[in-house]
Design a protein around this ligand. Structure first.
Ligand code: SF4
Length: 350
């Protein structure tokens, strides 16, 4: 779209749902309503922040001759993508920003529950306690071959407790056949995804209606103490709620609990330390500990490397994190595959 002379006499404002986030080498415009994003140059973000109460013409007058054409192109791009709108001066204060406060009634929102033949705790008791804490999403992981009947009994004990979704990461057993798992998913409607790990073959089955990836057979064996997913651009997520949570907390660890196969309670499946055991303590007593909750507020804005990354309010990063006393910031032992200083992914990225 071309900027007209009349457009240049107007003031401009960012739509409240469009948030430019600056990284070390480039920015991203978070389009919260469309749940989408666009890469933009850092200079465009600076232009938006520094010139809130000036007409486009006033702004262009102050830009050097060499940069004028670029500035015009920036405005044309911002208007074309509906990131900004033109308005009279009097309207500028009529569009307050969206609040980025994060609130949830749940003490725990999501949980990882590990089970093996060595498990001495009652999963149903854990499900009841998780439901009382407000938990909505659960990932159940098994490390020993169990028949399908075992999973039916397990999910029977999780039914009608208010859980929104259950992901099942099941160790391969010959009874876990694709057609039986499709029937299983139809019976237990809250099953969002099934991974059969350690399978002798690779196969993906999509949901027929929503074309979502639903059941997956994977030869790789899941390991105790390790997360199934790696930090990756496919786990980026954009919404007003996610942005607010990321601005105030850690998107992966906040209000999460993991119960390992021996009943030890951790912040996440890949964390080494534990805070108690469900065979001796109530889950509520454990997750209410200040030390347990400390990691919840590990914001990306306070984390080495991530604080300079333009993905920081959409990135669900499950790498273990620690407080670096010397540098007074959060940090990771394991590097991310994305380097914000070069805007490059180690392997294929967006
Ligand atoms: S550096 Fe990596 S982990 Fe950190 S916010 Fe960026 S993509 Fe996420």
């Amino acid at each position: 779209m071309r900027l007209t002379e009349a457009d240049k006499q107007s003031y401009f404002a960012l739509h409240a749902c469009c948030i430019p986030v600056k990284g070390m080498t480039r920015s991203i415009m978070y389009d919260l309503n469309r749940k989408d994003y666009q890469y933009i140059p850092n200079a465009m973000t600076d232009l938006l922040h520094a010139n809130k109460h000036r007409t486009i013409a006033e702004l262009l007058n102050d830009v050097g001759e060499a940069d004028k054409e670029t500035a015009v192109e920036y405005f044309e791009f911002l208007l074309e993508h509906e990131f900004i709108f033109l308005c009279p001066r009097n309207d500028l204060n009529r569009f307050p920003p969206i609040s980025h406060r994060f609130e949830t009634p749940s003490l725990i929102t999501n949980a990882v529950v590990d089970l093996s033949l060595a498990s001495a705790y009652d999963p149903e008791s854990v499900f009841i306690q998780l439901a009382e804490l407000g938990c909505r999403d659960i990932q159940i992981r098994t490390f020993d071959a169990c028949e399908l009947l075992f999973y039916s009994r397990l999910l029977d004990s999780a039914q009608e407790k208010g859980f929104k979704s259950i992901e099942l990461l099941a160790c391969y057993h010959p009874s876990l056949l694709p057609d039986k798992l499709i029937r299983f998913v139809n019976q237990y409607k809250f099953t969002a995804f099934i991974l059969v790990h350690g399978a002798p073959f690779k196969r993906r089955i999509q949901d027929a209606v929503y074309e979502m990836h639903l059941i997956q057979f994977e030869p790789v064996q899941l390991e105790h103490g390790k997360a199934y997913r790696q930090t990756d651009c496919s786990y980026f997520s954009i919404s007003p709620k996610i942005l607010a949570e990321a601005m105030n907390h850690h998107l992966y660890f906040n209000r999460k609990v993991a119960i390992d196969h021996l009943g030890f309670v951790k912040n996440a499946e890949s964390c080494t330390g534990h805070f108690g055991n469900v065979t001796t303590h109530l889950l509520k007593e454990i997750v209410e500990q200040t030390d347990f909750q400390r990691i919840w507020s590990a914001r990306k804005d306070d984390t080495r490397v991530c604080k300079d990354c333009e993905y920081r309010y959409m990135c669900v990063d499950n790498r273990p994190i620690f407080w670096d006393e010397h540098n007074a910031c959060w940090a990771h032992h394991e590097p991310c595959r994305y380097d914000p200083s070069r805007a490059l992914w180690q392997h294929a990225g967006p």
